[in-house]
Structure formats: structure tokens, C-alpha cells
Design a protein around this ligand. Sequence first.
Ligand code: GTP
Ligand code: MG
Length: 308
Amino acid sequence: MTKKSNALLSGIKAQDPRSIARAISSVENNDQDAASLLSGLDRHLIDTVLILGITGPPGAGKSTITSPIISTLRKQKKRIGVIAIDPSSPISGGAILGDRIRMMDHALDEQVILRSMATRGRLGGLCASAGAAVRIMAASGCEVIIIETVGVGQSEMDIVRLADCTLMVLAPGFGDDIQAMKAGLLEVADFLVVNKSDIAGAESLCMEMEHIFVQKKEESGIQRVLQTVATNNKGIAELLDAVEHYEQFITANGIKEKRRAKAMDVETLDWIFEMLRPKLSKVIVEHATKDDPRVRAQELINRLLPIA
Ligand SMILES: Nc1nc2c(ncn2[C@@H]2O[C@H](COP(=O)(O)OP(=O)(O)OP(=O)(O)O)[C@@H](O)[C@H]2O)c(=O)[nH]1
Ligand SMILES: [Mg+2]
């Protein structure tokens, strides 16, 4: 156990926002304290946490809806963590979206931990960082942890595999985006949230989505296509009510446990890539050949992983 990780662990337990932020930075950079920090985390709280994914096409209202969702959960006295995956900000900053959220209603609330993570300029490692951040937030007593990510691109889609329950936020006027995501919708979404239902086209989008989701509704008996107006709080209480029932359903059926196990596999794989990359770069140089790169890669894998 390093001295720094020890101090951070006490800070996390004491819900000190600076310690939480520094701990997440430590795992994001995978620095020398990351391993002892993560292995020293109190893990008993994570089982009862709800990890809620919020995804959907750009502009559908994900960030807007996150705010009333937080407010409603805060009224239930829950401590909340938010991880906003930000595809647009540069790796050093990563704060554009975070600032946008912070400027909203929850900036001064110590029971809301906000963190943004940039995707641009990084080679993988996003699942690893986000998964570790979830455990840090849980160890600091967060009861609901929201992961907001734009629903396009593989790395963004992988992220929602960390969630217990995923809301796909859609809105009228996103026809092309929705067509492109149709297969993904069924795979990753537990709820389809037709946001902006104050504008034309919401009803027909809802009907279309209900048609796609007919089977999912039958599984649990819970309404899975819901309408909201994120800008004026409409439909948020009903949405969270449905999510709560759904969480009870997936917990009782062992689905949540299975999803967690899968999420651990996804995250472990991401850590393996993260940790192997620098080592492999060295190995490649040391085992230089004039083979075709595809052949050379296979040869190196056979040598390094004879079991595979
Ligand atoms: N009319 C209406 N506008 C909304 C509603 N929800 C969000 N908006 C507006 O839609 C725009 C986009 O909302 P965001 O919350 O930034 O969307 P986002 O999905 O987070 O977008 P990205 O972060 O870019 O992926 C903003 O101008 C919001 O004010 C709604 O229910 N009704
Ligand atoms: Mg957003």
C-alpha cells in the first residue's frame, strides 16, 4: 500500500470530493498508486448500487435529462455519481461537458459527484477508467451512478455494458440516427426514452419504438417506452419509477448479477490491453523480423500466449 493511496482511500471513505477526484485521476493515468488504491477499496457497497447508463444520439437531450433525474433522486436523499463520457473534448481538458453539467443545478451539492472523461486522443482504456471510477464512487457512498455517453461509436457502446440498466434517449427528428442504431437499440437499451415529446413527431416515434420493443415489455411487464420533456421535468418521476421496478426485477431474476459479471470481463479485457500496450511495443522492437506484419503479429502471439 503506498502512502498516497492510503490517504486517498481514507478521503474516499470520508466522502472528500478532492480525494475522489484525485483517485479517479490516478486510475485514469494508471499511475503507480492505481493498483493499491483499487485493491484497497471497500467493495461491499457496490452490490446495492444502481449503475444507470444514459445513451442516445447527439442532441437528443441526454445531458438535459440527467439534471432532473439527479434532482429527483436527490429528493429521495440518494447520493449520486455521474460519469460523463465526452467525445468532443481534448484529452488534457476533458472538462467541457463536465463544466456544462456543473453549471447546471448541482454544482454546489456535495452529494453529487461529477466527472467527465474524454474519449478523444486515447487508445482504449475507457471502460477500464470508467469501471474503476464507478467503484471509487460506490466506495464513497454513491447509491446511483450515472454513465452518460453518446450512442454512436464502438467505444461509447462498450461503456454501457458497465451499466445495470440503460436508458436510450431518443427524440423526434432523429430518424436517420435511429435507423442506424436499430440493432444496437435492442441490444443495449432497457428503456427507450422518447424525449422532447413537446414537439411534433413524438407520438409516432413512440409507436414505432413500442413496436420494436414489444418483446421486451412482455419479459418484465414493465412499460419500457416512455415519453419525457427533459426541459420541464415531465415524465421523469414515471421514468424513475419504472427504472426502480426494473431494478427489482433484474435483481430478483439474477440478471443484474450476470450483467455485473459480464461488465467485469469487459473491464478486465480493457485493463489487459491498457497494460499490455507499452510492453508489446517493446517486444515488437526486440523481435524484429522482415515478415508481413500480419504474419509477424501471429508469430508473436503464438510465442507469448502458447495456450491461446
Ligand atoms: N423542446 C425540447 N428541447 C429539449 C428537451 N430536452 C433537451 N432539449 C434541448 O435539446 C438540446 C440538446 O440537449 P442536450 O441535453 O445537450 O443533448 P445531448 O444528448 O446531451 O447532446 P450531446 O451531449 O451533444 O450528445 C438542448 O438545446 C436542449 O435544451 C425537451 O424535452 N424538449
Ligand atoms: Mg450531452
